[in-house]
Design a binder for this molecule. Structure first.
Ligand code: CMC
Length: 428
């Protein structure tokens, strides 16, 4: 990536001028390479929330938030969501190309050979309270995988990393499903490797020893699409967390557990759950205006969950696809007249016409619709973010692997603007 241009930074009258290389990627804005800034000037940059900072270079996902573009490895999300399944998209994110039929078969078989959990790990679950939030269970159990796979812990070994990647992708649905079963007091359902990835996930969630689960193809397609749309999203908060954790050489299970922790927050992956809870709180179409007014009130911390995005300022392309799936699922299951679904669709209509939301470019995001779809699929609200985590694991491991393989990789160590007490002495 040779510098195309030079940015000249003037430090003020009579002070020195610094030249910094400007790097160009294949898409998106150029970046000023400030790595030599401190050495040249003694200055740091200040960018809380990283609104103007490229934290790494990456060849995995590209977003143009103004144009509503999302590409995985160069392919538009609209094409991937309608022409590929989650396993193909996972292969693409990890390897850079879509698989041939043979490559896909090989990849699926590698994942399948890791779907079961060690029986000791299953026992670990009984230490949790029955009412534990599934994300709390996920954070603990995924981190605990580190204690089971001493055979592949050398992060500098590409084969060890691949082994851990297969394990994580394969075991996340199993862990998500057992977190659910534990919560509702049902026996855990073992994976069935004759089913495809998404069918098996539904089977582990909804089958019981007493009753087989026969998945409706519309539901399988809807969940597969949720997984594709949530698989990666560039350097978002949880992915950056995984990269930062991994930059110290921490093992992949610990890193993914850190990503799950970050994803849980309501401003990130927790939004789908928060959105459904908000709909319950609103309760009735007649109260929508009251809540819209609260969302607009600067003195009220209430926000309309499932609306707005740090990067997408016109529309979220994933939301467009999820909206389509939402209507397909509601039609298939005859749920258009359900109280909460009617409320959600009316809230969408009113917010989209409201000046405040138009002016601030606040549109429904993917989690607004994915929450509605998951509820229609019979997935309890508290599981929504865990399903997001299952999908995002693919992106996290792809980004983690890319980072470790990068010869320029260094431990992440931001600096700060110190605003505390200046040096002082403890009284004698
Ligand atoms: N409801 C009401 N007002 C909002 C909302 C909202 N959902 N989102 C942003 N605003 C207002 C905010 O008050 C601020 O107003 P002002 O300029 O007057 O101070 C302005 O819009 C900009 O907000 P911001 O917090 O500076 O924007 P951000 O880019 O830092 O935040 C966000 C993005 C997603 C955290 C935020 O829009 C939000 O909290 N949305 C609700 C939570 C949500 O749905 N999150 C899921 C994101 S999609 C899933 C994912 O990718 O993780």
């Amino acid at each position: 990536m040779p510098p195309q241009n030079i940015a000249t930074l003037s430090l003020g009258e009579g002070k020195k001028t610094i030249e910094l290389p400007v790097l160009s990627g294949n898409e998106g804005p150029d970046v000023v390479d400030i790595r030599s800034l401190y050495a040249q000037s003694g200055l740091f940059t200040y960018d809380p929330g990283f609104v103007s900072t490229a934290s790494c270079k990456s060849a995995i996902t590209f977003i143009d938030g103004d144009k509503g573009i999302l590409l995985y490895r160069g392919y538009p999300i609209e094409q991937l969501a309608t022409r590929c399944d989650f396993m193909e998209v996972s292969y693409l994110l990890l390897n850079g190309e879509l698989p041939t039929p043979d490559q896909k078969a090989q990849f699926v078989s590698s994942i399948r050979s890791h779907t079961m959990l060690h029986e000791q790990l299953i026992k670990f679950l009984s230490g949790f309270r029955r009412d534990a939030h599934p994300m709390a269970v996920m954070v603990g159990v995924v981190g605990a995988l580190s204690a089971f796979y001493h055979d592949a812990m050398d992060v500098s070994d590409a084969q060890h990393r691949e082994q851990s990647i297969f394990r994580l992708i394969a075991k996340l649905p199993t862990i998500t499903a057992i977190a659910y079963k534990y919560n509702i007091g049902q026996p855990f359902i073992y994976p069935r490797n004759d089913l495809d990835f998404t069918e098996n996930f539904l089977h582990m969630m909804f089958a019981t020893p007493a009753e087989k689960y026969t998945p409706n193809p519309v539901i399988v397609k809807a969940l597969d699409r949720i997984l594709i749309l949530h698989a990666d999203h560039e350097q978002n908060a949880s992915t950056s967390t995984v990269r930062l954790a991994g930059s110290s050489g921490a093992n992949p299970f610990a890193c993914i557990s850190a990503g799950i922790t970050c994803l849980w927050g309501p401003a990130h992956g927790g939004a789908n759950e928060a959105c459904l809870n908000m709909l319950e709180q609103i309760g009735d179409v007649s109260r929508i205006n009251e809540y819209i007014a609260r969302a607009k009130d600067k003195n009220d911390p209430f926000r309309l969950m499932g609306f707005g995005h740090r990067v997408y300022k016109n529309f979220d392309p994933r939301a467009t696809l999820m909206r389509e799936t939402c209507h397909e699922v509601l039609d298939e299951l005859g749920l258009h007249n359900d109280r909460l679904f009617k409320l959600a669709l009316e809230l969408e209509r009113i917010a989209l016409e409201d000046d405040y939301f138009i002016e601030k470019k606040l549109y429904p995001n993917v989690d607004f619709y994915s929450g509605i779809v998951q509820r229609a699929l019979g997935i309890p609200t508290s599981m929504f973010t865990a399903i997001f985590a299952t999908a995002r694991t693919v992106g996290w491991v792809a980004q983690w692997n890319e980072m470790i393989s990068d010869p320029e990789q260094k431990i992440g160590r931001p600096r700060q603007l110190y605003v505390g007490a200046p040096r002082r002495d403890v009284p004698k």
